[in-house]
Design a protein. Structure first.
Lengths: 321, 250
């Protein structure tokens, strides 16, 4: 009975005009919902999860990457509004990050076409993913376990007074700015630089880049975790929007219909994720995010090293559409 | 659909044998020469029907528009699998499917099947450049990849007879069917020879909302593509906002 109902629901197919294939609506909603839940929980766009999943169900990689940027806009908007209502967005910091981010995304798109001319762009992307996700995941894993252990010790007594954040050389740079919400008085050069680097990488890898911004802002700038999440979502809206338009013009691979169906699933999932995230302490969120990032890195590493099922792959060339 | 088919078959039966075209051994047509791909498209069967002038076998071959295709072979390099060698093939049909009244090897001898390239295993592919060494495995890989995508198949349908002279067949088009002008070849085989043949076009095209989206997204000029990108962003902004409104604390 239940199986028949599931079959009936799964039979709703949608033909994706740009991806040029027909997929079950329920499957797309489920994918969107699952990734949306995680993105709401961790405050990451979820692109680094969704893109491989889309490719896995048969969406051409170029379409998956570009459509992902489009969907990221929607997820980030609903996410940032939720964080805003809890007053967890530092708009001033967001705009500073953004000023670097948009510039970086332009450089990233240019870099992308140069790399593509040399061929093997997929390989470059894969290796970049493994290195980035691997090192960030490890860093976060180590830090958050330390923090969790410290917290447990603190609960047993002996609470040492904690500083707001560590003062390092970064804070001594010129162009000091006051960020009231984040309770920081630091040089703007660092957040602009972070935004720039993340902009390049997000255009190159087709992701929002929160998995980079969140740890960078926490560890390099010393921003409070709760505010970092909302703020990074805020700036990702703009970077993802710019990337979507550039992808539409350059590669013609944004599938609006696919993005729309994924969005419906993911915004619902993100609501639940966001609520759970608000109840979990920052150290735990960071620990779980570290685990997630590490497992994606290991999975990608495995596909690079393991003997593939099929040594051959087929690529239609121009004029065969 | 069934009533319409029956009508057409009856019509053929009445006209077929009496018409002067009796010199022709086989006449056939497609139920609909245009297959429309809408947003609810999930694959489709097309009906081919016709009549032959006496006992014999019927073979249908469906080909999608041909194009150039590259096959890449991965090799291990410093522990990592990378695309190493690649060979390009010209005039590769985007889709290839066969339907017949009996198994092909029961109908025709091998050399004739080879000559007419009947059956996925007998397709010949020309390389774009001079044939490199070890091309055989690439040819096999090309067919395997196409089979895996569901675009090459030896039995996309069965040709069934109604009486001795009338036949019909449902050919299946998968949901990832390429668009463009297809060609369906119809062969009449008798005593191990092909005695007559005919071909007919089949157009597969996107229509409706999906087709409009495709048109804007793939426009030659930058303007519509820019507009498409902006619209895509606006839709996302709106859905994100609406989702927030819907889920705001009640």
């Amino acid at each position: 009975m239940l199986g028949a109902l599931l079959d009936w629901l799964l039979s709703f197919q949608v033909y994706l005009p740009i991806a040029e294939l027909s997929v079950s609506v329920l499957l797309l909603l489920g994918l969107g919902g699952g990734v949306g839940f995680l993105s709401g929980l961790f405050g990451v766009g979820g692109g680094f999860l969704m893109t491989p999943l889309l490719i896995f169900i048969g969406v051409p990689p170029a379409v998956a990457v570009a459509t992902q940027s489009n969907q990221t806009v929607a997820t980030s908007v609903s996410g940032v509004l939720a964080h805003w209502s809890r007053d967890n967005v530092d708009f001033k910091m967001g705009f500073v990050l953004l000023s670097g981010g948009v510039f970086g995304s332009l450089v990233g798109v240019a870099l992308f076409s140069i790399l593509r001319r040399f061929g093997q762009i997929d390989l470059v992307i894969n290796i970049a993913y493994v290195i980035l996700l691997g090192s960030i995941g490890l860093m976060m894993f180590a830090e958050s376990t330390r923090a969790l252990r410290r917290q447990r010790r603190a609960q047993r007594g002996a609470t040492a007074p904690r500083k707001l954040h560590q003062h390092v050389w970064v804070h001594g740079l010129p162009m000091k700015m006051r960020f009231k919400k984040s309770r920081l008085y630091i040089s703007a050069i660092m957040p602009i630089g972070i935004g720039f680097v993340v902009g390049i990488l997000s255009a190159l890898l087709g992701v929002g880049g929160a998995f980079l911004i969140v740890p960078a802002m926490i560890y390099l700038v010393g921003m409070p975790t709760a505010i970092v999440v909302g703020t990074s979502l805020f700036q990702i809206i703009f970077v993802a929007a710019v990337t979507t338009v550039l992808q539409s013009i350059e590669n013609r691979t944004v599938d609006v219909l696919l993005a729309f169906v994924l969005t419906i699933g993911s915004v619902i999932g993100a609501q639940f994720g966001g609520r759970l995230g608000a109840r979990l302490p920052g150290e735990q969120i960071r620990f779980l995010l570290a685990l997630l990032i590490l497992s994606v890195a290991i999975g990608l590493c495995y596909t690079l090293v393991a003997t593939p099922d099929d040594l051959f792959s087929l690529q239609p060339l121009v004029g065969s559409r | 659909m069934r009533a319409r088919t029956l009508l057409m078959l009856v019509g053929l039966a009445l006209v077929g044998p009496a018409a002067p075209a009796a010199t022709k051994g086989i006449v056939a047509d497609v139920d609909d020469h245009l297959v429309e791909i809408r947003t609810d498209f999930a694959g489709q069967d097309i009906l081919v029907f016709g009549a032959i002038d006496g006992p014999g076998d019927v073979i249908l071959v469906m080909r999608g528009p041909a194009g150039r295709v590259a096959i890449h072979q991965k090799e291990r390099f410093a522990g990592i699998w990378v695309n190493a060698e690649s060979i390009e093939f010209d005039d590769v049909p985007s889709l290839y499917g066969v339907a017949s009244s009996r198994p092909l090897f029961d109908i025709l001898p091998n050399e004739i099947l080879d000559r007419y390239q009947l059956g996925v295993g007998r397709l010949q592919f020309e390389t774009a450049e001079e044939e490199p060494y070890g091309i055989g495995s690439f040819r096999i890989a090309l067919v395997q990849q196409k089979r895996k995508q569901g675009l090459y198949a030896d039995r996309v349908g069965r040709v069934t007879f109604i009486g001795e002279t009338l036949f019909r067949a449902n050919l299946h088009l998968p949901s990832n069917v390429p668009t463009g002008t297809f060609l369906i070849d119809v062969y009449l085989a008798r005593d191990g020879r092909i005695v007559d043949a005919q071909n007919m076009p089949l157009v597969i095209s996107k229509v409706g909302f999906g087709a409009d989206l495709y048109k804007y997204a793939n426009s030659r000029s930058v303007g519509p593509r820019f507009g498409y990108g902006i619209a895509a962003v606006l839709v996302s902004l709106l859905t994100g906002w609406l989702a927030h409104l819907a889920f705001r604390k009640r």
